[in-house]
Write a protein that binds this ligand. Structure first.
Ligand code: NI
Length: 171
């Protein structure tokens, strides 16, 4: 059954989006750090709140609150500019992975086509549940023993730290 998404002002959205062909394009600390700064920059530029996030090797999970409720511009902002910069960098460096990023349309894509997964979170309970899910992602994958050990999520913010991305807490 198709899931309907509603653009409701100030409602939290759980987003999941992946790299093209689920390739692990975020497989180095360097590129994960770059994307941390991109999230921080775009949340200020497009005035959306970030409740939680994790940068996994081949996908991203985020809970965002778009001020006007429109998630489309937020997703485009989080994906397009960064993709352009990364593809340009791969071209400049002659990175062979770029050859794997070409779909049937013939142009390289950094991200998987389409919007990914998007769900409205209607209650604080839903939000808390998804925050836990997001922070446990690297643990479930065996990347770290404890959520706090993965530096590219908001787990540290919920333990009292302050990261690159400003996180809206209080759930
Ligand atoms: Ni995941």
């Amino acid at each position: 059954m198709p899931v309907k998404h509603y653009d409701i002002p100030n409602q939290a959205r759980f987003l999941t989006y992946s790299c093209f062909d689920r390739l692990p394009l975020f497989n180095t600390p360097d590129i994960r750090n770059l994307y941390l700064h991109e999230i921080a920059k775009q949340s200020v530029r497009l005035t959306f709140d970030v409740i939680a996030y994790v940068i996994m090797p081949e996908h991203i999970h985020m809970i965002v609150v778009p001020r006007d409720g429109r998630v489309g511009p937020v997703l485009r902002g989080l994906k397009q500019g960064f993709a352009r910069r990364m593809l340009r960098r791969m071209t400049d460096e002659g990175d062979p992975v770029q050859a794997k990023l070409v779909g049937p349309h013939g142009k390289p894509s950094f991200w998987m086509r389409g919007g990914g997964h998007d769900r409205n979170l209607r209650s604080d309970h839903d939000i808390r549940e998804k925050i836990g899910y997001i922070h446990q992602n690297p643990v479930r994958r065996g990347l770290v023993d404890r959520a706090l050990d993965w530096k590219w999520s908001s787990a540290g913010d919920y333990a009292g730290g302050v990261g690159v991305v400003r996180v809206r807490k209080g759930w």
